[in-house]
Design a protein around this ligand. Structure first.
Ligand code: ADP
Ligand code: MG
Ligand code: MG
Length: 250
């Protein structure tokens, strides 16, 4: 599904990613944990194709194709989805219109034709009910005035609608109370499938109680410094990152 080889990336001359190697097979859920500033969000942006980042070395293969030569829309059409740590607000565009446009852009890129409006409405109603998203939230401008938790639930709504092959979730748990965390986790778990992979970035172990990963990685200073199974997340919760950062535990 995804193969990252010796990936190095810079922003404005600052080296942020320093040789990332990561392979995710179809159906697997990987978690990346690590202290703030380790480069987790940078990795998610580089995968999704956000500009501002200069790739100085390495490669990324997604479903066997070299994604570094693709723009973000092509990556999305191939089935990559990023739920962002800080979802963007678009004042002039209703949430519903945004969702329909995103889905149709993907369908057109795949030569499937636009979705029929009644089909879209039915789909959105079903999915938003599961994610506790009101009709009013669908009519509002995208993310404008949404609470932190509402933005995160709305990211999962987009993801469920687009049915990506690779779901990248960047700190989707931040800003969620315990009930919202469960709603989001149920939404994510409903998308688990042998044909779909997930990369879950989180600062805290809590989310991984609900979305149980196959593999857990620790990232520090732009490198993966440790890989283990779900027990690694529990160990990090208990002991912190000191063992990997070389700093004394607080
Ligand atoms: P994490 O998500 O693990 O907290 P980030 O990927 O957000 O880490 O950031 C990694 C490092 O890169 C931080 O030191 C951050 O300050 C730096 N960084 C990220 N984006 C930029 C940018 N646009 N310009 C300069 N430095 C940046
Ligand atoms: Mg951070
Ligand atoms: Mg981050």
């Amino acid at each position: 599904m995804l193969e990252i080889k010796n990936l190095h990336a810079e922003v404005e001359g600052n080296k942020i990613l320093n040789g990332i190697n990561l392979t995710i097979n179809a159906g697997e859920i990987h978690a990346i944990m690590g202290p703030n500033g380790s480069g987790k969000s940078t990795l998610s942006y580089v995968l999704a194709g956000k500009d501002d980042y200069e790739i100085t070395q390495g490669e990324i293969l997604f479903r066997g194709e070299n994604v570094l030569e693709m723009d973000p829309e092509e990556r999305a059409a191939l089935g990559m989805f990023l739920a962002m740590q800080y979802p963007i607000e678009i004042p002039g565009v209703s949430n519903m219109t945004f969702l329909k446009t995103a889905l149709n852009a993907q369908r057109i890129a795949r030569e499937e034709g636009e979705i029929k409006t009644p089909d879209f409405i039915k789909k959105i109603k079903d999915l938003s009910a599961k994610l506790n998203i009101s009709q009013e939230m669908l009519r509002r401008p995208l993310n404008v005035g949404f609470s932190g938790g509402e933005k995160k639930r709305n990211e999962i709504l987009q993801m469920a609608l687009l049915e990506p092959k690779l779901c990248i979730l960047d700190e989707t748990d931040s800003g969620l109370d315990i009930d919202a965390l469960r709603v989001v986790s149920d939404g994510v778990n409903a998308l688990r499938s042998p044909e779909r992979s997930m990369l879950i970035i989180t600062h805290y172990q809590r989310l991984l109680d609900y979305i149980v990963p196959d593999v857990v990685h620790v990232m520090y200073k732009g490198q993966i410094v440790k890989t283990g199974d779900k027990d690694l997340a529990l160990e990090l919760e208990e002991k912190g990152y000191a063992e990997y950062t070389g700093e004394a535990a607080a």
